[in-house]
Design a protein around this ligand. Sequence first.
Ligand code: ADP
Ligand code: ZN
Ligand code: ZN
Length: 659
Amino acid sequence: MNIFYYDIAVGLPIRQCFTYKSNNDIKKGTRVIVPFGNKTLVGIVVKKLSKTKSLEGLKDIISIPDDCACFDKSIFETILWAADYYHHPIGEVFLSFIPTLLRKKNDKIISTSNGESEYGINKDDKNFKLTKEQSVNLSKLNKIEKFSPSLIYGVTGSGKTEIYLQLAEKFLKENKSILILVPEINLIPQLLKRLKNRFKGEIGIYHSRQTPNQRLRVWLGSKFGEIKVVVGTRSSVLIPLKNLGAIIIDEEHDHSYKQADGFRFSGKDLAIKRAQLEKIPVFLGSATPSLQTLKLVKDKKYKKFDLLRRVDGKKPPKLIPLDISDSPLLGGLAVQTIGIIETAINRGEQVLIFINRRGFAPLYECDNCGWVAKCSSCESNLVFHKSKNRLICHKCESVYAVNDNCPDCQSIEISTFGTGTERVEEVLRSTFKKAPIIRMDYDSTRLKGSIEAIYEKANESKEAILVGTQMLSKGHDFPKVTLCVILNADGGLLSPEINAVEKISQQLIQVSGRAGRNNNLAKVVIQTRYPNDLNLKQIKTGDYQLVADQCLKNNKAIGMPPYSTISMLRATSPNHQSCHKFLEKVSNLLDNKKSITIIGPLPSIPLKIKGNTRNHLIIKTNTKTYLNKVLKFLTNEIQAWPETKKVKWSYDIDPHDMS
Ligand code: ADP
Ligand code: ZN
Ligand code: ZN
């Protein structure tokens, strides 16, 4: 009888595979059950070995649960690439791209099912003529058959989504499937609606707020061709799709494509890698493309397709900085702003108000002794949530009862300072008694169906005011809005972060896309104490390409991304000293390496989360290849250090948030 040897990846934080034997010939990418210590685990076959160094103690694979491989070739290769690029434990990478039910030992197995579906087109939904820009670009995009990243740079309302629909139609007609990625769960319902109106056939959705069974069903359905259109967030990027025709990445600039903790991958970069390995087109859409993408266009690695006019022929709204240096603010709103809102409401129009913070007030403080409510396990002030009558830590979500007395001096004189969405909502309610006020933030959209309810309310109301965090600025379509107000743009304009200008210009221009879809008089008011700020003056033109070109120039001059590569080594420990010393040791180790800049160790912000101190080191190199080499060397060294018993460490490759 033949004996085969396999390298198996298991879902543990270990950067290596383990060798097992079996009498069966097993394909790469197949799930297997293996003994591990005194447990049995689900593992993935990574490699078939022709021989092994030592047969001693080699254990047998216990069983092979599925009828076929879990990961097809290109997805398998994408995962190997990701584990290498992000320097993340390989088993964890594999298992993060299958439904939770398949990560565990249970009776759920992968086995061929009902066969493929056919998709029809609903012609009634397409009863308009494409604009010239749309049809010129679409006919070019339709011709792309191989891997070739295409940026669809289209101002909001220019008909990008219509282009996605028609591209999807083309692939479905060729009996291929299509994957559409969006940055946030909240953006799924409106796209889903448009896809359902257009296509007869199941539209699969895949994201982290579904039940394990829902996810498994969609995953299996798409693997075997029952589902040919999938809309999902970053976690869906490697969903198996039979005969995949193309991947569309909507709002490609959005930072939510990057996972912020654990396996910190970029769903966008993985999608592009997947498309490259599958040799299929990938379409990136945005009104405010990332600098990274724009540089790749300049380097002729990506093609750009412009949609510079709105479908309705209306001009984009004006961005108007409103100087509030001498205005007292009521719930974050200047008197002039309230006047402008009133005018719009009296005309029966809708208004959007943006504020970057949820809750009522970010500071809960004793007037007598200056005590401030803080989270007991994070170094973070508690935010007062009036609607819940609770103090909440926005770092760890711990909830505290509101104290009526100061715990330090027993005074009852406690005040709240600063403004969040709830306070703005309260001020608006007392000022505009008749107009419905609709709040859209993390707290108001957590329940299933809440985002649909918000759309419905906005749709059926005449005048109305929507108040929300940046969540409201992303890709949403509120057709009756004619005025947007941004309450605290100054935070972004003055931020010392290196990509601050890119971020704030994207945010302001995205916000402006929410206004005036149906109105030539639409405007965006930006409350600021710095109306003469140079960046603001440029952003005010509404010409994103202009701002982005300037950002690219600046970043080139100072050698920052996309003209260099940055990664962070993040460390956390209950002991502050251990954390800092560990990173100092890393820094010393890299000291004599060429062409590498090390910054830190620096305290992360906030310094403490859930009782652990957080520090980081910034590592900058000129090329990704060199960075990869350096980090491999580093990983090999660090893994053997005794310090790692006290310090948890991980890499953050291409970080968006450097604090
Ligand atoms: P974007 O995704 O760029 O914001 P959409 O594709 O959502 O733009 O288009 C904006 C609105 O215009 C949608 O309601 C869409 O149905 C409609 N639309 C798109 N293309 C056309 C067209 N050629 N003629 C008329 N209406 C269109
Ligand atoms: Zn006090
Ligand atoms: Zn906390």
